[in-house]
Design a binder for this molecule. Structure first.
Ligand SMILES: [Fe+2]
Ligand SMILES: [Fe+2]
Length: 152
């Protein structure tokens, strides 16, 4: 099995939780692209794992600005839609192509190594910013005498 920590195609993002989930998803994709079974059961398992992982990332990126979160979530929704389209194909009994699995793998590697690493980095920087203290809260924390002097 290939994991990011084994020097596989995934760059560690810096988040242990996200990297572990990436590793599990990569294992599923690797089995599909290596000629293993590729049908409804595998796609359903992948979708479950990916949806859970995207929920993890949504929690991680809560500190980011709305516009940035929306861009990332849009990419996630597109990927889930691609998996859903393949699930629909399999449900109709139509054949799936090896290229379909390769495309799922390629998107996942590129997204993980670019958008996700940037996400973890940006979340970390935002999280490291010292909290803004309002002047009123700060004044309220002072002894009454000091407060009166500063407010006068
Ligand atoms: Fe990810
Ligand atoms: Fe992501």
């Amino acid at each position: 099995m290939t994991h990011a920590s084994d020097g596989g195609p995934l760059i560690p993002t810096g988040s242990g939780v996200i990297d572990a989930e990436h590793g599990a998803i990569l294992d599923l994709l690797s089995a599909m692209t290596a000629g293993g079974p590729f049908g409804l059961a595998e796609l359903a398992a992948l979708r479950r794992e990916v949806a859970e992982h995207f929920a993890t990332e949504t929690r991680e990126m809560a500190v980011l600005a709305a516009e940035r979160r929306e861009r990332h979530e849009h990419a996630h929704r597109s990927y889930l839609a691609s998996i859903d389209a393949l699930i629909a194909t399999a449900e109709r009994g139509d054949p799936l192509a090896g290229d379909d699995a390769n495309r799922l793998m390629l998107w996942f590697i590129v997204h993980s190594n670019t958008a996700d690493t940037a996400l973890v980095e940006a979340s970390r920087q935002t999280g490291d910013e010292p909290p803004m203290i309002s002047m009123d809260d700060w004044l309220d924390s002072l002894d009454e005498a000091d407060r009166d002097v500063l407010r006068s």
